[in-house]
Design a protein around this ligand. Sequence first.
Ligand code: SAH
Length: 391
Amino acid sequence: MTRSALSCPLQARRCGGCPLLGTPYPDQLAQKQRRAEELFAAFGPVEPILGQAEPLYYRNKAIATFAPGPGGLVCGTYAAGTHRVLPLPEAGCLLQDQVLNRTLTAVLEAARACRWPAFDEDRGAGLLRHVLVRRAVHTGQVMAVLVTAADRLPGSRNFVTALRKAAPWVTTVVHNCNPRRTSAVLGRDVRVLYGPGHITDTLCGLRFSLSSTSFYQVNPAQTEALYRTALDFAGLTGRETVLDAYCGTGTIGLCAAAAGARQVIGVELTPSAVRDAAANAARNGIKNARFFCADATEWIVQAAKEGFRPDVVFLDPPRAGTTPEFIDAVTAMGPRRLVYVSCGPDTLARDLGLLRRRGWQARRLRPVDLFPHTEHLEMAVLLTRGDAASR
Ligand code: SAH
């Protein structure tokens, strides 16, 4: 574990990506523990935070933005609160997988060789907006996604050849067109330039295929710690029907199926993630899992009316948390356990308050440090209804 404070040349230039880098890691964990205890004091004792053994270079995904600069083009991160691009430091980012740091450099060099201009947000002219790279740490497969403003990418073959020469570990290259004025990095149009268009990773012993637009947790080692905690909270015996709400590529639900759930239903809004989830079930020989593409609240309200009665519900919503309607519908279904996985501690506290009004008690609350050196706080919470006897 890192005991001393670290530094990065971009810190002084306000990259903002790792505000706690100057705080020794054990102190960061103590800070997060205190914050969780303060936020959730009304709901029960908070178990000790699960910290990361090696809290550097953990991110399996990195995004850099292009801007005009030396060599015609630079790429890097925005200075906090601005649209000023800070070129990546030579040693790479301390939070990103080292192979991804090298991949970003190779992408920049290949784009320079193609003489592609950066997109200029103010004038609405130019070509390259961002590059997203993702690495499956267990298989070593790497995806590079070039995001452009226009849908034409002349010379893309030369780009792929140059990139593969400098970074032969890249297994697939994707072109994503995002013409909109938006803070979202990816657009909807996707064209595969090289390889299969997805990468395959393993997590908790299962294989997962990830396309460029699907959500996937960014810290693989800590995701396993988080999922193990969530599965432990679920207390599966082999007889349960499990609902995995906000399921992404189906990771939690499929781990539950592998851990012995009788049946798994996943619900997710992003179509590509739902396709990935179904393919992931097949890839792992899991036949008792089904995935639906829908808004989680709309789906559960309808399913409650139709008499769907899961025994265990996992919910892992985005930072905005879930909705009162979801909570009413899940309560009407009468599951024995709810396992709430949250990346938004404030909305979690709000939702735990709503759940309590519907009779749900938090039985276990555990922070997991999914994002070392940042202020993010991830939580897993087990809730049951009524007295301890029905746990
Ligand atoms: N459990 C997954 C994904 C968690 S992230 C994992 O651990 O990888 C939250 C997911 O919720 C994202 O995949 C996002 O696309 C999805 N989502 C966002 N809003 C949603 C909604 N209203 N209904 C269903 N899914 C939603």
